[in-house]
Design a protein around this ligand. Structure first.
Ligand code: IPM
Ligand code: SF4
Length: 486
């Protein structure tokens, strides 16, 4: 008999009981903690004189407030609020025996970059973190959910949360990606097709040839932005790509224990005859790179398309949102995004701050220089990524091109540290959100795109087609997605 989807199977294996209010009590296998959302939750535990139930399943790092300039990491941090958050986290983890990847560990970075690369996120797990982009870990075939403060308290105290099971939508992505088109473009296309609210009440199961061809870093980028599509979580069934990636990572068992775990991983994939609440198809064949033109991630076009007119949208709310977007971005309907002036180029984040992202951008930067009017920031998603880049000399490519090469953190994604837009600066950004004010200035303007497109925009000083910088150009090449040499 069919046991259903991966979501059904993982849920069933982690369900403790049904609660009187109809929700399920769900056991959390991996709890990730960062400095912004955890202090209050630890405070609630202390008030009740409770201990952390599973310190061995809990891992902490600092990302949002982390200064990205090496000399600004000295303690106490110059920003009082940041220092307070960081010292609270340090106190909490040391009191409860939780592993902490701080500045000195060499492994500090964005939670959603650190946990995958250390092999903490594995197939068939439930992963929770007080952060909306916990969906990222679904790339391994786990259920990753972002939780609020009271749920963080619950996980700390009991290892469980109260949760509502969601519907499952299968998102089949058909076709093959051309050269210069990436996982980021795929997920932006999914959001363009299904909308920013399309996933409400659902988790997305991504599959189909364009997803299966992605390496793990690409899959992480896709699942990361499930949240921007309105879904509660997103995942991809594990396969050989997943197992190969996991093999040899710090928290992954070796030898026989690996084989045993792999047998479990294989067992939790969706059954062939699993029933979905909904199945949709997204066509990625011949896809051009995508860029946002507005103020939410669904206001996005292929670079070959014109900026839409508000009247193109059926729903009144969409028309109003489009009007507001054109106004904020200071662009006209019908114009191309190509040539849109850029002041800042930002490469990093939990979406696109991994080794392959820097490798792809470096291909564009090789032998080119950043436009003199552009401030360009390269911020590895973790210190491990920074080291991987430096071992390969990728940092030099960035520095020689005119980028600032920084330490790991969320940086200008959310501007909770010193890295922020000023005034109405336009930022070509590899991040996941383009909401008004997101990058630290209320008039700042964000254009979301892939890392290669960020590099091309940095060089041109305007939105450009990165494929012009690749051997085969926009029309040539069978493409496909490159494997990351690790
Ligand atoms: C600060 C944190 C709670 C927030 C989130 O939950 O996503 C941040 O990471 C973001 O991307 O906006
Ligand atoms: S990089 Fe951006 S999206 Fe990711 S956790 Fe940090 S602030 Fe949130």
């Amino acid at each position: 008999m069919s046991e259903g989807t991966l979501y059904d199977k993982v849920w069933d294996r982690h369900k403790v009981t049904e609660l009187p209010n109809g929700q399920d009590q769900l056991f959390i296998g991996l709890h990730l903690v960062h400095e912004v959302t955890s202090p209050q939750a630890f405070g609630m535990l202390r008030e009740r004189e409770l201990d952390v139930a599973y310190p061995d399943r809990t891992f902490a790092t600092t990302d949002h407030i982390a200064p990205t300039e090496a000399d600004k990491r000295e303690r106490p941090l110059a920003d009082d609020q940041a220092e307070e958050m960081l010292s609270a986290l340090e106190r909490n983890v040391s009191d409860s025996g939780i592993t902490f990847f701080g500045f000195e560990s060499g492994k500090q970075g964005i939670t959603h970059v650190v946990a995958p690369e250390l092999g903490l996120s594995q197939p068939g797990m439930t992963v929770a973190c007080g952060d909306s982009h916990t969906a990222t870990h679904g790339a391994f075939g786990s259920i990753g959910v972002g939780i609020g403060t009271s749920q963080i308290r619950d996980v700390l105290a009991t290892g469980c949360i109260a949760a509502d099971k969601q519907k499952v939508r299968r998102v089949n992505v058909e076709g093959e990606l051309g050269e210069g088109v990436y996982a980021k473009d795929v997920i932006l296309k999914v959001i363009q097709d299904l909308g920013v609210d399309g996933g409400v009440g659902h988790v997305y199961e991504y599959g189909g040839p364009a997803i299966e061809a992605l390496d793990m870093e690409g899959r992480l980028a896709v699942c990361n932005m499930s949240i921007e599509g309105g879904a509660r979580a997103g995942y991809i069934n594990p396969d050989e790509t997943t197992y190969e990636y996991l093999k040899g990572r710090e928290y992954v068992p070796e030898g026989e224990a690996f084989e045993e775990r792999k047998a479990y991983w294989e067992s939790i994939s969706s059954d062939d005859d699993a029933e979905y609440d909904d199945v949709v198809t997204v066509d990625a064949d011949g896809l051009d790179p995508l860029v946002t033109w507005g103020i939410n991630p669904g206001q996005v076009i292929e670079i070959s398309e014109p900026v839409p007119h508000p009247d193109d949208f059926e729903a009144r709310t969409d028309r109003e949102a489009a009007e507001q977007a054109l106004d904020h971005m200071e662009i006209e309907a019908g114009q191309s995004m190509l040539g849109y002036d850029v002041d800042v180029a930002f490469l990093g984040t939990c979406t696109n701050g991994r080794l392959s992202d820097f490798e792809e951008a470096a291909k564009i930067l090789e032998g080119n220089t950043v436009d003199e009017d552009v401030r360009a920031l390269a911020v590895p998603g973790s210190e491990t990524v920074r080291q991987q880049c430096e071992e390969r000399g990728i940092d030099q490519t960035f520095i020689e091109a005119g980028f600032q090469w920084r330490r790991a953190g969320c940086s200008m994604c959310l501007a909770m540290n010193d890295d922020a837009l000023e005034g109405d600066e336009v930022c070509a950004s590899s991040s996941n959100r383009n909401f008004i004010g997101r990058q630290g200035s209320k008039d700042g303007r964000t254009v979301l795109m892939s890392p290669a497109m960020v590099a091309a925009a940095a060089v041109e000083g305007e939105v450009a087609d990165a494929r012009e910088y690749l051997d085969d150009g926009p029309t040539g090449g069978a493409g496909g997605v490159e494997e990351v040499a690790d």
